[in-house]
Design a protein around this ligand. Structure first.
Ligand SMILES: [Zn+2]
Length: 162
């Protein structure tokens, strides 16, 4: 397992273990943990993010636009985050992490706001958020992974009980 997970400004009702376990689960499922250079994921909760940017969460690379290995998942800070909702948000953002690590998605930097998606240049600024191919994929897959995550935890609990 080569993945490092850090959490900053954690909501009071969610444990570090809870947040780490869903990130690691997704890392394994999406093979983000297989690289020789460890993938670093920093989950950062930000006060008033939604108010300021209109967005609840996002995922950005922080090291290099070419095959990045370090990411920051920014999430709106709430004193109390419901577990199910937070898990789902993290699952969604981890799908984006995998899009970057595999190189299927690449931030072109120049011209700015162009994203290369599976070999095609996409002017991300010129499109509706929900029409971005990476969002179509992330929204499409988050449901399936949420089910898998639920099953995984159910099996883990059953194992403990027996
Ligand atoms: Zn997204």
């Amino acid at each position: 397992m080569t993945m490092k997970v850090y959490v900053k400004n954690r909501p009071k009702n969610r444990s570090l273990k809870e947040i780490r376990s869903v990130i690691k689960f997704m890392g394994e499922k999406l093979k983000i943990d297989k690289y020789s250079v460890p993938t670093v994921v920093v989950v950062k909760f930000i006060y008033g993010m939604r108010k300021k940017s209109g967005c609840l969460a996002n995922c950005i690379w922080t090291d290099d636009n070419h095959r990045p290995r370090e990411f920051e998942i920014e999430i709106d800070y709430k004193e109390k985050w419901p577990k199910k909702t937070l898990d789902r948000v993290l699952i969604h953002e981890m799908i984006h992490v995998a899009q970057w690590t595999t190189g299927r998605m690449k931030d072109m930097m120049s011209p700015p706001w162009y994203i290369r998606w599976e070999g095609k240049m996409i002017p991300s600024f010129d499109m509706d958020y929900y029409d971005h191919p990476w969002e179509i994929e992330a929204y499409g897959r988050e449901q399936g992974f949420s089910h898998k995550w639920k099953d995984y935890n159910k099996k883990k609990r059953q194992k403990k009980a027996t």
